[in-house]
Design a protein around this ligand. Structure first.
Ligand code: G3H
Length: 509
């Protein structure tokens, strides 16, 4: 029995290694266009730097504008027949992808560990979560897209009751998906699956850090057998193909997750629907009556998981002065238990994605130091690895009170009243998520109502998931709303067909 299982595992490993081999040539990963893995005619490649070793881990093709033109054209052609493919058939293919993705969890998760230093267990979860998302999307698509509306005319002036309107949802055309480095697989499929189920075609431009995990994920779509050209993936430098992609007349919708680049894209993109998830300065308000152990656990989990590199990370703690000492002590006790080191060892705190990010985080820490913040731990950095740091007694004149470090550094601002906390939250140019800790649910709901945030969590840290929940940011945190159902709706347009009956020659009723 054991031998049988071992042989099967061995065979599966060999199969996986063989199928992935078609994606690489001369140690450079190919890009995916019109159903084939290709080498760019640019003859150039882009290195993917391992954040832990700071050495080149992989190389991907530096696609040029002509190759972008080609994928968009094949996406345009393939979309026409895909839109006529029965909904159940589209759903069936997505279910197949979900299963293949889960079978390939290990190699994809390994790439996440190497490319973006995601702790091994979180990398594994990202792939499994992505498979679940795709399956849910296939099911939801059948429910949402299988329905239409029927409207009967009403007595607006000049209208007889002779008009009947049938509405249905139609695809937009070619969707451009640009996911961020921190979830190159999950935030890619959260765009790809809704686009495809709705009858769109899709072009993916993954981030360079995370591109190889994204290409492996794309390979799962390739194995599932989607029509040629329906889905493609171009890699390369944003400076060479970024604007060309986002301003391309063949793109009919853009779904982007990332930072400030999203604001620039929204200014340059043409008249196409945009879905943007940008930054956040997610505030955590702790009231006097809260369960401080629960609050401390959530602050540490919310603030430091994946080293704070999540748009939904807790990015500022606003605590009522009278309980601040107790809360800070509890948080510090938990920070001491966090493990720091390489992602392969499943450490809680791993190197941040680039040296440039580490330098930016350090600049915020030094600014806070110069202006008198209280350091609960000693500031420590080796390469891209930054040890977790709680900064107490942060004031509004410090940059860290407003900017998002996207790293394992968390500011605590001591406040005199709930009103002061709300004022601080609402003065931010971000409005992604926030959270409140209190045992008084009535108060929590009133505070939630006053906070200018896309989502407010009561007694838990901010989070995007579960993936079918609506997810949106106000102000500079985004445009539109995500979550499986919202994304399907966003990637469609309502189409009406109006039936006009001849005026009756006799009086009805
Ligand atoms: O970084 C942005 C992500 O949307 C955060 O997702 O809350 O599941 O970590 P998460």
């Amino acid at each position: 029995m054991c031998l049988f299982i071992y042989t099967n595992i061995l065979q599966l490993t060999v199969v996986i290694a063989t199928v992935f081999a078609e994606m690489v040539e001369n140690e450079v990963f190919k890009y995916y266009s019109n159903g084939e893995w290709k080498v760019s005619s640019s003859g150039k490649c882009v290195p993917v730097i391992n954040p832990t070793t700071r050495k080149t881990q992989y190389k991907v093709q530096a696609c040029n504008q002509e190759e972008v033109d080609n994928v968009i054209e094949s996406a345009r052609v393939a979309q026409k027949s895909w839109a006529k493919t029965p909904l159940w058939k589209r759903a069936e293919l997505l279910h197949k992808v979900a299963a293949i993705l889960k079978q390939h969890t290990k190699p994809i998760a390994d790439c996440l560990v190497k490319e973006i230093a995601k702790p091994a267990k979180d990398a594994h979860t990202e792939v499994v979560r992505s498979g679940d998302l795709v399956s849910y999307c296939a099911e939801e698509g059948i429910r949402v897209l299988g329905k239409g509306n029927y409207l009967v005319s009403d007595s607006f002036p000049g209208n007889e009751r002779t008009k009947y309107c049938l509405t249905s949802k139609i695809p937009l055309g070619v969707v451009l998906a640009i996911p961020p480095f921190n979830y190159p697989v999950n935030l890619a499929v959260s765009k790809i699956a809704p686009a495809l189920i709705a009858g769109n075609s899709l072009v993916l431009k993954p981030p360079t850090q995370g591109a190889v995990a994204a290409l492996h994920m794309m390979h799962c779509f390739h194995l599932a057998g989607f029509p040629k050209g329906l889905i493609s993936c171009v890699t390369g430098k944003g400076s060479e193909i970024g604007d060309f992609l986002t301003m391309h007349p063949g793109i009919n919708c853009i779904s982007f997750t990332g930072g400030d680049t999203g604001i620039a894209i929204s200014k340059k993109a043409g008249m196409v629907p945009l879905q943007m998830e940008l930054g956040g300065k997610d505030a955590c308000i702790i009231l006097e009556d809260s369960d401080l152990d629960l609050a401390a656990s959530n602050i540490v989990k919310g603030g430091f998981s994946y080293s704070g590199q999540r748009c939904t990370a807790v990015k500022v703690v606003l605590v009522i002065e009278s309980i601040a000492d107790t809360l800070v002590k509890k948080v510090n006790e938990k920070i001491e238990k966090l493990t720091v080191g390489p992602p392969e060892d499943n450490c809680d705190i791993t190197p941040v994605v680039t040296e440039c990010s580490a330098n930016f985080i350090e600049s915020l820490v030094m600014d806070a130091k110069q202006k008198g913040a209280k350091f609960c731990q000693e500031y420590r950095r080796e390469g891209n690895l930054i040890w977790p740091l709680l900064l107490d007694c942060v004031r509004s004149d410090m940059r860290i009170a407003w900017e998002e470090p996207f790293g394992p550094v968390l500011p605590v601002i001591r406040i005199g009243s709930v009103e002061e906390a709300i004022r601080h939250c609402n003065a931010s140019n971000f409005g992604l998520q926030g959270c409140i800790f209190t045992k008084d649910i009535n108060k929590a709901i009133l505070i939630s109502d006053a906070m200018e945030m896309g989502t407010v969590q009561i007694n838990s840290a901010p989070a995007r998931g579960p993936d079918h929940f609506p997810f949106q940011g106000l102000k500079d945190s985004g445009i539109g709303s995500q979550g499986i159902t919202n994304s399907i709706n966003m990637m469609t347009k309502v189409k009406s067909t109006v039936i006009n009956l001849p005026a009756p020659s006799y009086t009805m009723g």
